[in-house]
Design a protein around this ligand. Structure first.
Ligand code: TYD
Length: 141
């Protein structure tokens, strides 16, 4: 299962007086097999992360604690999401340009990826990104 569209995905929430519980599994709640997880935390006020796209990786972003904003481009089409619910995450297909910003103090953001880390798949220049997007998607439409 894979998907070319950005989408918000609600994860199961097992409500319990002892504290709620959410979960995700390979190719079940999220449309890929998990290879890697990383998390962003202790973000100083006003700082931003990201500012790049991946040629091969899809990711799923979960705001475990707090609130943050995700600014995205698929080609030149911009979308902005505010994530602030720990059982709702954002699926980002490969070749999505992303910037993560406006972290509420104390926020922790978990990112699940379908690849191992590989610096070679980063596109860090926006014009290069747009050209790559056109080559990958516009040429076949
Ligand atoms: P990077 O993805 O560039 O973070 P951001 O785009 O938010 O600035 O990663 C920052 C550093 O962390 C970089 O030196 C590579 C390293 N890193 C890993 O070693 N493994 C990982 O899974 C990730 C995401 C980053």
């Amino acid at each position: 299962m894979s998907d070319d569209s950005i989408k918000l995905i609600s994860l199961p929430k097992i409500v319990d007086l002892r504290g709620n519980l959410s979960f995700l599994e390979d190719n079940n709640q999220i449309p890929f097999k998990i290879a890697r997880s990383y998390w962003i935390y202790d973000v100083p006020g006003g700082e931003e992360r990201g500012g790049h796209a991946y040629t091969n990786s899809a990711e799923f972003v979960i705001p475990l604690i707090g609130s943050l904003q995700v600014e995205l481009y698929q080609g030149d089409k911009k979308q902005t999401y505010t994530l602030n619910t720990p059982n709702k995450g954002l699926y980002l297909p490969k070749l999505t340009w992303r910037k993560v910003c406006n972290f509420l103090s104390g926020s922790i953001c978990l990112i699940i990826s379908d690849t191992y880390y590989n610096d070679c798949e980063y596109i860090r220049d926006f014009n290069t990104y747009i050209n790559r997007w056109k080559k990958e998607y516009d040429d076949i439409n």
